[in-house]
Each structure stands twice: as structure tokens, then as C-alpha cells.
Design a protein around this ligand. Sequence first.
Ligand code: ASP
Length: 422
Amino acid sequence: MSRHSKIFIGLISGAILGVIINFTSKDSFVTTFIQTYITDPLGKIFLNFLIMMVIPLVFASLSLGVAQIGDLKKLGRIGFRTIAYFIIVTTFAVVIGLVLVNVIRPGDYLPQETKTSLMDSFKTQATEIKSATEKTEFGIQTLVNIIPRNPVAAIAKPNPDMLALIFFSLIVGISLTLIDKEKANTLIKILEAINDVTVKVINIAMKLAPYGVFALIFSVTSRFGFDLLVALSMYVLTVLLGLTLHFLGTFSLLLKLLAKYNPIKFFKKIETVVLTAFSTSSSSATLPTTISVSQTNLGIPTQITGFVLPLGATMNMNGTALFEGVTVLFLAQVFGVHLSFGVQLIVVLMSVLTAIGSAGVPSGSIPLLVMVLAMINVPPEGIAIILGVDRILDMCRTVLNVSGDITCAAYIAKTEGYELKQ
Ligand code: ASP
């Protein structure tokens, strides 16, 4: 049986079992025991196993990618196209979200009692996020920090500074093309070895995937407040409609027009990536799968995947940006804050910037989203209203985040004259 069929079975059985438990014995002793001692740890082990390799993988594949591109002119061209693509397509995603939220106005459908009870139930979590956000820097310092004073310190923390790692890897890669060939080859060989080891470890980790995915999905669905989905249905539907339009509409168009690739074939070939992103809610944890699927199934050359995909996993989050835009406007509607067209443009800009700055981990965008709320005078503790449905939306937006990266890699490969595997 293929890997993605096994993962799919893990996902479906985890979801079905979780939903059954949710409706029959949600808070029972046995359920809590299973969640605490079996499925939560198993899910975390699987996620940690994957995320553990992300730092060496990003460093090795990005610096190697740059070194393999070799020619600085070509690198500049690819780099410019990649970043321009990220920014334009992410902006487009936010615009789709904002148009929908302005037309549907999901905030008008939330009864006052539901709002109060949600604010009460998720008060502690919201306060924790708010105080964490106060410590997060976002602004000119974020820009300065992209060039790390100490690259080891930048990554040796629970939330590694991925933009700093990207800068460091890029500059190492560029320098490799500029030094003596023989010496460069020594380091390139080492980087290739690191890359191969990383891929091997991830292959071992992916053997756990069907069980890990089962555990992750079971943990989510067995705890999930399905009543919240109903209470917030208009908001959830607005986000999901936006994500679907961007996924099926924008991506299909981009694939057809820019990468000259049949979108249906493309979506079939990236099934494993979609399943992994959906179940882990993490672009970083999915990155190894994203790279291997792009190379093996789509035939995108390693120098392109090595460059575009690690950058994309950190900087290109279409789903996250769309979700942020919709959520900010939804909460503004709920709190009766009128946002003029000009302020909405700021929301677009901030959604794009904070999506670039968000960590590719579950709920990585929430702290930055809280910051945007505060910025435009929507009460930041209002985030409590959506926390209960965030995980399910996170699973969906992460699918867009990673498939957007592969779409970009396919486009770049095409413009560089490579033929993709049909
Ligand atoms: N979970 C998302 C990702 O890893 C980030 C977010 O939107 O919270 O891509």
C-alpha cells in the first residue's frame, strides 16, 4: 500500500473514532487517559521527530540550493521571481478573504450571548497569548534580527528565528559560489551528506506517519467543541470558502498559466503533502515531505526545491494570510469597530507581513494576529472568540501554505526551462 493511502487511513480512522468518542464519552476518565497518555504523546513524538530535522534541513538544502544554482545572476533572477511571487500571491489571497468577509459579514451573525460565553471560556488562553504577544517584537527590530549577531543563538530557542537561519544559509551558499572551487566542494560534500542524513531520518519518521496522524487527528476530534462550529458557522464558512477559492481557483490558474501544468494532475501528485500538512498543521513539519514529493513526483530539480521550498515554508503562507485578514475583519464586525477602506488596506499589508513572519508550527500565526488586532483598535482579547475553532482552520490553511510553495517551485522550474514530470 502506498504511503499516502496509509496516512489517509490513519487520518480517516482517527477522525471517525475521535468524533464517536466526542459524542459518546467526551469527558470520561478513559477518554482523558487515552488522550493524555497515548494519543497526545504519540502525536507530539511524531511532530517532534519531523520538526527536529527542520533546522539542519533548511540550512543544508538552502545553502546547497544556492551553491548549485551557482551563477549569481541566475540566483538573483530566481530569488527575485520567488519573492515577488510570494508577495503577489499572498496579497491576492488576503484580498479574496477580505472581499468575502465584507460581503458575507459573518460578524453580524454572532449573537451577543455566544460572544460573551466564548470570551469567558477562552479567557485564560487569550490572556496568555496576549501577554506572550507583548513580548514579541515585530517591526524594525524584526528586520534587524534577520541578520543574526549569533546564528546559533538565533536558532537555539523554542521558537527558532527562521528568517535569521534563512539569511545565514543564503549567505553561506552565495559565498560557496565565490570561493576556490576545490575548497567549496569540500563543504558542498559535507552539506550533501547532512542533507542525505536528514532525508533518511525523515523517511524513518514518516514510517510513523499513519500512527502519528491517527493520534493527532484523534486528539483534535475527540476534544473538539463541535457546538462551536455551529456557533461560529458563518465565520468558519467564510474562511473555508476563501481557502477553497484560493486553492482550487488561484492555484489552478497559476499552474495552468505560469507552470503550464494540469492542476488536477498536480493536486493528485501532491496528495501526501496535503495529508501531512492537514494532519500536522505545520509547514515546518511538512517541509521534508514537500521537498521529497516535489522532487520525486513532479520532477522539480533539487536546486529549485532546495531554494524555493525552505524559503516558502517560512515566508509563503497564503492560507495564513487569508485567515488573518478574515479574522481581523470578523472580530472588528463583532466588536462594532468600523474599518474604513484605508484601514482595510493596512490589514492587507499587515496580514501579508505577519504571514511572512509567522512560525510554521500549529497556531504559529496567532500571536502576530493578536498584534494586528491591537494595532487597528479591535480588542486583542477578542481572539478568545475564535480559539475554539482555530485548530480545524489551522489544518486547512496549512494545506494552502505548503501547496502554495510547491506551486511556486513548479513555476520557477518552468521559467528556468526545466520540464516537469507529467
Ligand atoms: N500552522 C501554520 C503553518 O504551519 C501557521 C499558522 O497559520 O498558524 O503553516
